[in-house]
Design a protein. Structure first.
Length: 360
């Protein structure tokens, strides 16, 4: 799978950009604040419809403009053309010229995994970060997961809104409870099934890149212990007191353990960084295993920070992506990429929102 063409209009610091892209390894070289990460952000947006920096549409629109456009040609199972337009008035997403009505229909088109400094929040941040990571992985591998998650989220919001009213509408509450249980049970099931498959990949990835001998394990801690319906009913007095739904997969935790101890509490900074990379490597491996083709890898800033051992651990993944004619995009500020990568790279120079092939 690879992106054959990227087109940007009024996206971040790009007034217009049209890039033809081959499979293989792309290095984006440039000084700080020139627009390297912005390109990765646009590619990730095409894959997930989200910014990995958590930015909204207004933030990604070039200053002084009304909206942005990001388009791409993706070659995977056949060729597809994706177009996204955003402004405060209108949003459009088309796939091969047709409006996308259900996001779930779109999600399999293009898969990407991003490695960035924000990944550290997977370890240090709130449980919602880890749930989002899991949800993305499940959306990237199960055609029905995203729709299920959206239904659950809607039912949860409506239910919480009802709980906040002074007079409880028991009939309406019952109907949202029904929807919550139906969709929530399936979310739990998906997450439960994923964990024993994913955790060993993360363990292996950690072993490859970490400088210590400790073992990484992921543990799913569902908010629901046995029976969602029973536990939700039992929580009634608490939810009336707190005016919000206190049991369900929106309260799930995914614990990251090093030698059975909480990584958030006990791991060193270096270990946390290695765990973050291991999770992303495992995500890429898992997607490759399920779909038979590697996702596009977007690597922002992290390589320069890694020592030789950790770089060495990441290289096989990059090498495999390269050999499988998949694609890797990597940003660097100086051209100090170690020789182990070889010379078979496309090098782009990024300067003030202009991208040019580097002279060799
Ligand atoms: N909405 C926007 N409109 C115009 N310019 C923007 C917008 N958002 C960000 N920029 C500009 O984009 C540039 C930053 O781009 P980017 O984050 O891609 O830099 P970078 O090349 O990755 O730098 P670094 O090496 O520091 O990470 C900055 O100059 C910033 O002012
Ligand atoms: Mg950057």
């Amino acid at each position: 799978m690879h992106l054959a063409h990227l087109r940007l209009r009024d996206f971040r610091n790009y007034a217009r950009l049209d890039l033809d892209l081959s499979p293989g390894f792309h290095l984006l070289i440039g000084n700080n604040a020139q627009g390297k990460t912005n390109i990765l952000e646009a590619i990730y947006l095409l894959a997930t419809l989200r910014s990995f920096r958590g930015a909204g549409g207004a933030q990604m629109t070039r200053h002084g403009r009304a909206g942005y456009f990001v388009g791409g040609n993706v070659i995977g199972q056949g060729e597809h053309e994706v177009k996204m337009y955003w402004s405060s008035q209108a949003r459009r997403l088309t796939l091969d010229g047709r409006a996308v009505r259900k996001l779930a229909d779109y999600f399999g088109t293009f898969r990407a995994v991003v490695f960035c400094t924000e990944d550290l929040q997977l370890i240090k941040g709130a449980a919602s970060r880890r749930r989002r990571f899991l949800d993305l992985l499940l959306a990237q591998t199960h055609p029905t997961y995203l729709a299920l998650l959206q239904r659950y989220t809607r039912a949860l919001r409506s239910r919480n809104a009802l709980l906040k009213r002074r007079l409880l509408d028991a009939v309406a509450l019952e109907s949202f409870t029904h929807e919550l249980l139906a969709t929530g049970s399936q979310l739990i099931q998906h997450r439960r099934e994923l964990m024993p498959r994913f955790s060993p990949l993360a363990r292996l990835a950690y072993r490859r890149i970490a400088t210590d001998e400790e073992e990484l394990r992921l543990e799913y801690q569902p908010s629901v212990q046995n029976d969602f319906a029973v536990e939700l009913a039992q929580s009634r007095s608490r939810e009336l007191a707190l005016r919000s739904t206190v049991v369900g997969p929106h309260r799930d935790e995914i614990r990251l353990l090093l030698e059975a101890r909480s990584a958030a509490q006990f791991a060193s900074e270096g270990q946390k960084r290695s765990i973050a990379i291991a999770l992303k490597m495992a995500q890429a491996e898992y997607l490759t295993g399920i779909h038979g083709t590697a996702p596009v890898l977007l690597i922002d800033d992290i390589m320069g920070e890694l020592d030789a051992k950790r770089r060495g651990g990441l290289l096989p993944l990059l090498g495999r992506a390269h050999r499988a004619r998949s694609q890797v995009f990597m940003t660097v500020t100086r051209e100090d990429w170690p020789a182990e990568l070889g010379r078979d790279l496309t090098r782009w120079e990024v300067e003030a929102g202009i991208v040019k092939l580097a002279e060799s």
